[in-house]
Design a protein around this ligand. Structure first.
Ligand SMILES: C[S@@+](CC[C@H](N)C(=O)[O-])C[C@H]1O[C@@H](n2cnc3c(N)ncnc32)[C@H](O)[C@@H]1O
Length: 401
C-alpha cells in the first residue's frame, strides 16, 4: 500500500505536512504482515491506514529538523516509530481490560481520572483521520436546542444557517426538518459546506438506503423513527429520497471551514454548526479553524460545536468571550452516543459530563452565543498565535499535540 493511496482533500487542508510520493518503509510492510495475522479483517484496513498516517507524520516531523544529518534523521524516525508502536500496544491492552470491567467500576472517580490520562495519551498520538461518518438525528438534544433558539425569531423572519463539514447531508436535512416542521413561517436558508466534492454530491442528491453507504460504515437512517421516515422521505423501493420541500433553500458549497474568505462568500450567519469535524484536525489546525468558524456567526447568533477537543473549545470560547448556552447542556453533551462510548480509547471520545469541575459550563457546552464585536477583530490575534505556535512546534522534534 502506498501512503499516497490515502490522499484525501481533507488531509491536504487539515494537516500540515508534505510527503515525498513513492517513499516506502520496509518496517511498515513487516508490520502489515503482523497486522494481517492478528487483527480481524474488519479493522485491518483501518489499522493499516492509521499506521501509514503515523509513519508519514513521524517522517515529516523528523524531516523538519533539516539541520540534522540524514542518518540521524532516520534514527530519530525509527525511535519515534517504535515508541508509537509501544504506546499503541499499551493503549490496546488497556482497552481490552477496560471493556471487560463493569460500568460501575469505570464510573468510579479514580477510574475516570485514569481514563482522562489514557485519553490524553491517545490524543497525543500523531494520528488524525478523515471520516465522513454521520447519521440522521445524530444528536437530538442539540437539534431541539437549535429549534428552541430559532423559535425566538419573529413570525415570517429569515434565518441563515451554516453547516460546516456537512458530509452526506444527514445533519442538514435533520436540522431543516426539525425547524421547518415546527416553524413553517421562517425563511430558512442553509449554507452546507464540505471539503469533499463527492460527499457534497451525495448530499445534494439526498437519496439514502437502510444499509451503510460508500461514505459511512454505519447506517445513516438507523435512528430515524417511522413517523420521521414518512415525513422526510419519499420511499422508492430500497431507497429513501429526501422530500423536495426539505431540499429548498440549501446552498451546497465546496469549501474549507478554515478559509477566512468564507465569511465574504456567505455573509454573517444566525447559526453556525461545526460538528464532528474539528476533532479530526491537529490541535493548531482545529483551533485556527474554530476561530474562523466563530467569525462566521453574526453578533447575537449561535455557534454549535461538538466533536472537538474540549480544551481547544474552552480556550477559543474564552478568547472570543463566547457565552455558553446551558439549556440542555448535559443532554447535548451525552446526545451523541458514539462519542461517549468511544471514550477514552479514541481521540474523538468525549469525557463524562461532570458538574464538579469549576469550569463545567464552558467545558461541556456545545452551544455558544456570540455577543457583539470581537470575532472578526481577534482574527489578527489568531494569526499571530498560529505563527507563534508553528514556530514553537517546528522547534521540537515531532508533533506537539
Ligand atoms: C465526521 S463528518 C461529520 C458530519 C456531520 N457534521 C455530523 O456531525 O454528522 C466530517 C465531515 O467534515 C468534512 N471536513 C473535514 N475537514 C473539513 C474542512 N476543513 N472544511 C470543510 N469540511 C471538512 C469531511 O469531508 C466530512 O464530510
Amino acid at each position: 500500500m502506498d501512503p499516497d493511496d490515502s490522499e484525501h482533500p481533507f488531509d491536504r487542508a487539515n494537516t500540515m505536512f508534505d510527503f515525498r510520493p513513492g517513499l516506502r518503509f520496509g518496517s511498515v510492510s513487516c508490520f502489515f504482515d503482523l497486522v494481517d495475522n492478528v487483527i480481524p479483517s474488519a479493522t485491518r484496513f483501518q489499522a493499516k491506514r492509521e499506521m501509514v498516517y503515523s509513519c508519514r507524520i513521524q517522517y515529516v516531523n523528523v524531516k523538519r529538523q533539516s539541520s540534522m544529518g540524514r542518518s540521524v534523521m532516520f534514527d530519530l524516525f525509527r525511535i519515534r516509530f517504535v515508541r508509537n508502536l509501544l504506546i499503541g500496544g499499551f493503549v490496546r491492552s488497556n482497552q481490552i481490560l477496560w471493556s471487560n470491567l463493569p460500568r460501575a467500576v469505570t464510573n468510579l472517580g479514580p477510574m475516570r481520572a485514569y481514563g482522562r490520562w489514557l485519553n490524553a495519551l491517545v490524543r497525543r498520538r500523531p494520528i488524525r483521520m478523515s471520516y465522513f461518518y454521520t447519521s440522521f438525528f445524530r444528536n437530538r438534544p442539540l437539534l431541539e436546542l437549535a429549534y428552541r433558539l430559532s423559535d425566538q425569531k419573529r413570525q415570517g423572519s429569515s434565518l441563515t444557517i451554516s453547516v460546516l463539514g456537512c458530509s452526506i447531508g444527514a445533519e442538514v436535512y435533520s436540522l431543516l426538518w426539525t425547524i421547518r416542521s415546527r416553524r413553517p413561517d421562517l425563511k430558512v436558508v442553509v449554507n452546507a459546506v464540505d471539503i469533499s466534492k463527492e460527499a457534497l454530491k451525495f448530499a445534494q442528491e439526498g437519496v439514502y438506503t437502510q444499509e451503510c453507504s460508500q461514505f459511512t460504515d454505519a447506517a445513516v437512517l438507523a435512528s430515524v423513527t417511522k413517523h420521521e421516515r414518512v415525513e422526510l422521505f419519499d420511499n422508492e423501493g430500497d431507497m429513501f429520497r429526501i422530500k423536495p420541500w426539505l431540499k429548498e433553500g440549501i446552498n451546497w458549497r465546496l469549501g474549507n471551514a478554515a478559509d477566512p474568505k468564507l465569511v465574504d462568500v456567505m455573509g454573517p450567519q444566525d447559526m453556525v454548526f461545526a460538528n464532528n469535524l474539528l476533532c479530526h484536525m491537529y490541535s493548531w489546525g482545529a483551533e485556527r479553524c474554530l476561530r474562523n468558524v466563530a467569525s462566521l456567526v453574526m453578533p447575537g447568533g449561535y455557534l454549535f460545536v461538538s466533536g472537538i477537543d474540549l480544551a481547544i473549545r474552552t480556550g477559543v470560547a474564552r478568547a472570543h468571550r463566547l457565552e455558553p448556552v446551558t439549556d440542555l447542556i448535559e443532554e447535548i453533551h451525552n446526545g451523541d452516543l458514539t462519542l461517549i462510548t468511544d471514550w477514552p480509547f479514541k481521540y474523538w471520545g468525549l469525557e463524562p459530563f461532570s458538574i464538579r469541575r469549576h469550569d463545567w459550563r464552558e467545558r461541556y457546552s456545545s452551544v455558544f452565543r456570540v455577543s457583539g464585536l470581537r470575532c472578526h477583530e481577534s482574527n489578527q490575534e489568531t494569526d499571530q498565535l498560529v505563527t507563534c505556535r508553528k514556530a514553537r512546534v517546528s522547534g521540537r522534534i515531532g508533533i506537539g499535540l
